[in-house]
Design a protein around this ligand. Structure first.
Ligand code: FMN
Length: 184
């Protein structure tokens, strides 16, 4: 069985380093894991009136993608010490009943930032938010990719071998975590 993982990036920038690292994960996945990446840039801002009138197509697609995935891999910068608006917006759209899509979903998180802290603070906010939705966030290893500018080459490829090793370890641990979460 291949675990289908949906990647979600907290940055909408074309040259996003978080997106570049998420793409690099495709090369680092263990066997029997596949990674597709969602486009949360299409989602309108959450509005309960819109929700009540019927889900817009991008919201419907996003919720279906999350629901169909065996697991989620989230890569995000921190904005003002917390979750970037596009990512929080995507979580809010997915979180509404019926069938809130994060329930019992295995989730792994990593962050990329130009500073030395590597976006650590966004990870703790994501754990808090996703935990109350009954998403099961992998406790360890934690991966904070700090001082990121020097870790990608001119083509935006993750070139730092130590960082690639950290992500490889995260993904290996994630596979075990997903397997543990399967219904018996
Ligand atoms: C509104 C805003 C707030 C930011 N706040 C933080 C912050 O609190 N901590 C941090 O490490 N970087 C912060 N940054 C810098 C981002 O980490 C940086 O832009 C990062 O490269 C974005 O990720 P990306 O390359 O995937 O787009 C902020 C950037 C923006 C646009």
């Amino acid at each position: 069985m291949t675990f289908k993982v949906l990647g979600i990036c907290g940055s909408l920038r074309k040259a996003s380093l978080n997106m570049a690292a998420l793409r690099a994960c495709r090369e680092l996945l263990p066997e029997a894991m596949a990674l597709e990446i969602a486009d949360i840039g299409e989602l309108p801002m959450y509005n309960q009136d819109v929700f009540d009138q019927g889900l817009p197509a991008p919201v419907k697609r996003f919720r279906e993608q999350v629901a169909a995935a065996d697991a989620l891999l989230i890569a995000s910068p921190e904005y003002n010490f917390s979750i970037p608006a596009p990512l929080k917006n995507a979580i809010d759209w997915g979180s509404r009943a019926p069938n809130q899509v994060f329930h019992e979903k295995p989730i792994a998180i990593f962050s990329v930032a130009p500073g030395p802290v590597g976006g650590a603070r966004v990870q703790y906010d994501l754990r808090r938010v996703l935990g109350q939705l009954w998403g099961h966030v992998l406790p360890r290893p934690e991966v904070f990719i700090g001082m990121a500018a020097g870790k990608f080459d001119a083509q935006g490829r993750l070139s730092d071998e130590t960082t690639r090793k950290f992500l490889t370890e995260l993904l290996a641990g994630f596979k075990t975590w997903i397997a543990r979460m399967q219904p018996r």
